[in-house]
Design a protein around this ligand. Structure first.
Ligand SMILES: Cc1ncc(COP(=O)(O)O)c(C=O)c1O
Length: 380
């Protein structure tokens, strides 16, 4: 069954007599038991933190999306990443983190893990199977993101995961960019795929949510156990909104993916642009890897401007009418940020000019092009 069909049907009640299309939301912290004998059963939910039927449906959606063996839900995308990491490290370990990782994941790895005796080291995103050179006897984990946050490098995930598997090292891929629709890292050998469901699954920029999807039952159990230790819980209302997001996920995602590719292609022809960082463009340095491993793009890409002053960049951003200035993406509305203040790279060439990131929403593509054009005319 295709994802779209699955997401239209998963978690819905069986029709009886006037049954609602959608499941009920059960709001609960305390769950009551009729008999004392049942209080300590381990085969049933005993408390609000253990979820609800709506949470079960959301987990099922993520398992279907990624062909996963189990999913743990978290209150944000960042907590999904940190949960996946915490489930797989112990004091004395060394972990490898791609230089192109989402900034707060880098901050957690370099600014928190060292407090518990875990050493995080960065590696160049385009390293492929040469990752071997970075592996130490105590390396336990490799954290990947493809394309990379802000700079959009594609990683050779199969090559890296193959080396990791041979050495018994766990691999985590932050798969937020593709919504799990145009990229399936678990099928390429990754152990864990992580989503900031805040983006496309929420779809309306009004909810924070995350998911950790594991390839094997053993890994899913390990993550679930750590989630329990950490006390991570999500509300039934939030879970319901994510389930609701799944109903329209594929339609929204592919419409936004198409718009982004069209906009990216158009931007390659604009005078103020130095290069466009979208892996589906043949001009992207990792286009061949992208063609091999992905079945499409996503709503998000970067644009390197020709050298310009900060004031010009601000004028460009401030003149946009349909692109809201904001740090997320995957909602129904278009967004943009300029990235230079948060670029933090150890490897790779310096960019030719300021970097702007666009996330396409569901607006008309000609309106989006006109919006950028009118603003660029004021700035350059
Ligand atoms: C690639 C990536 N991973 C994780 C996150 C964190 O998600 P959240 O904002 O839900 O914590 C983000 C948010 O921007 C992201 O872009």
């Amino acid at each position: 069954m295709k994802n779209s069909t699955n997401f239209a049907h998963l978690g819905r009640p069986t029709p009886d007599l006037g049954t609602a299309v959608n499941p009920d939301v059960t709001r609960a912290s305390t769950l009551l038991f009729g008999k004392a004998e049942d209080l300590y059963r381990t085969d049933i939910r005993a408390y609000g933190r253990h979820g609800s039927t709506v949470h079960d449906a959301v987990k099922q959606c993520f398992n279907e999306l990624e062909n996963g063996a189990g999913t743990a839900l978290t209150p944000s995308g960042l907590s999904a990443v940190t949960l996946a990491i915490m489930a797989n490290v112990k004091a004395g370990d060394h972990i490898l983190v791609t230089d192109s990782i989402y900034g707060p994941t880098r901050a957690f790895s370099e600014g928190f893990l060292n407090k518990i005796g875990v050493e995080a080291e960065r590696f160049p995103p385009r390293i492929g199977d040469k990752i071997t050179d970075y592996i130490k006897p105590n390396t336990s984990l490799i954290i990947l993101e493809s394309p990379g946050s802000l700079t959009f490098e594609i990683q050779d995930v199969p090559a890296i995961c193959k080396v990791a598997a041979e050495k018994g090292i766990t691999t985590i891929v932050d798969n937020t960019w593709s919504a799990g629709l145009s990229y399936k890292p678990l099928g390429l050998g990754a152990d864990i795929s992580v989503h900031a469901a805040t983006k496309y699954m929420g779809g309306h920029s009004d909810i924070m949510f995350g998911a950790v999807v594991s390839r094997t039952k053993a890994m899913a159990n390990k993550v679930a156990k750590t989630r329990k230790f950490l006390g991570l819980a999500t509300s039934p209302d939030d879970a319901y909104q994510i389930l609701r997001g799944f109903r329209t996920l594929t339609t929204r995602f592919w419409a936004q993916e198409k718009a982004a590719f069209e906009l990216a292609s158009w931007l390659t022809e604009q005078d103020f642009v130095s290069s466009v960082l979208h892996p589906a463009l043949p001009s992207h340095p990792d286009h061949a890897l992208w063609s091999r491993d992905f079945t499409g793009g996503a709503c998000l890409f970067g644009v390197v401007l020709k050298p310009a002053s900060e004031a010009q960049v601000h004028t460009l951003m401030n003149g946009l009418k349909y692109f809201g200035l904001g740090f997320s993406y995957g909602g129904y509305e278009s967004v943009a940020i300029y990235c230079d203040p948060q670029l933090n790279r150890k490897f790779g060439d310096k960019l030719q000019g300021p970097l702007v990131r666009f996330g396409c929403g569901l607006e008309d593509i000609e309106d989006l092009k006109n919006d950028i054009e009118q603003s660029a005319n004021k700035a350059f």
